[in-house]
Design a protein around this ligand. Structure first.
Ligand code: FES
Length: 108
């Protein structure tokens, strides 16, 4: 795996309680600001690919705008339904006013 850190946004673009969409080399990623901590996760819902960054964020839970599947933005685990499914989560690094996301790209 090749780890790559990419600048994605400024902190000001993602105020607390808000979601934000970014694309890293074609990989759709949603960012969520939960009480000042920024999390990054796959933007595509595991149900039918709904855009999670256009969903609803309540505390650390994001609800898909299409049919209401719900995930923890911290762990990527589905909360309702179906338990056991998860979306990918990514490492976030905040350096002063800049937000970076680390993606582990498959080799090759
Ligand atoms: S696409 Fe997300 S709940 Fe259906």
């Amino acid at each position: 795996m090749a780890k790559e850190k990419t600048w994605v946004a400024t902190v000001a673009e993602i105020p607390p309680g808000r979601l934000h969409y970014v694309d890293i080399d074609g990989l759709p990623i949603a960012l969520a600001n939960v009480a000042g901590t920024i999390y990054a996760f796959g933007d595509s819902c595991r149900h039918e690919g709904g855009p999670l960054s256009a969903g609803v964020l309540i505390e650390d839970t994001v609800t898909c705008p299409w049919h209401g599947w719900t995930y923890s933005v911290r762990t990527g685990k589905a909360i309702v339904p179906p338990i056991g499914i998860r979306i990918p989560v990514y490492e976030v690094s905040v350096e002063e006013e800049d937000v970076f996301v680390v993606v582990d790209w498959p080799d090759g």
